[in-house]
Write a protein that binds this ligand. Structure first.
Ligand SMILES: [Zn+2]
Length: 125
């Protein structure tokens, strides 16, 4: 069994938590001491570290993220993290498309209202 611990902090105004990554044979587990870190949830501390991102790591062993990255690549977690990143990217695209559509709708709706108002004026004058 191999184990690596990191201290992770999502932002300066939030407390720091301990993330423990354990590799046993081909099985990889990640635990976090934060309130969202319980069973049934994936907190951003674990997700960040499992993604190989050093932004949240405040312990002096950020270099060990490369080891975790190698473990993740060869586990089922690696595939799911890659899929999650793709799905999040697609969600972002759909959100942007929806915002553009909403703006187009507002513009078209305003144009119809303006023309109707002009038409009413023209008919009544
Ligand atoms: Zn956490």
């Amino acid at each position: 069994m191999k184990e690596i611990k990191f201290i992770a902090q999502a932002s300066r105004d939030e407390p720091a938590f301990m993330v423990t990554i354990v590799k046993e044979e081909s099985n990889l587990t990640a635990r976090c001491t934060c309130p969202e870190g319980g069973v049934g949830h994936i907190c951003r501390h674990r997700l960040s570290i499992l993604s190989g991102d050093d932004q949240m790591v405040i312990s002096d062993n950020a270099a060990e993220l490369r080891v975790v990255e190698a473990w993740v690549v060869w586990s089922d977690i690696g595939i799911l993290i890659a899929r999650l990143a793709q799905a999040q990217w697609r969600l972002q695209q759909v959100k942007q498309d929806a915002e553009r559509s909403a703006n187009s709708f507002d513009t078209a709706y305003e144009e119809v209202r303006t023309i109707k108002r002009l038409l009413v004026q023209a008919i009544n004058d």
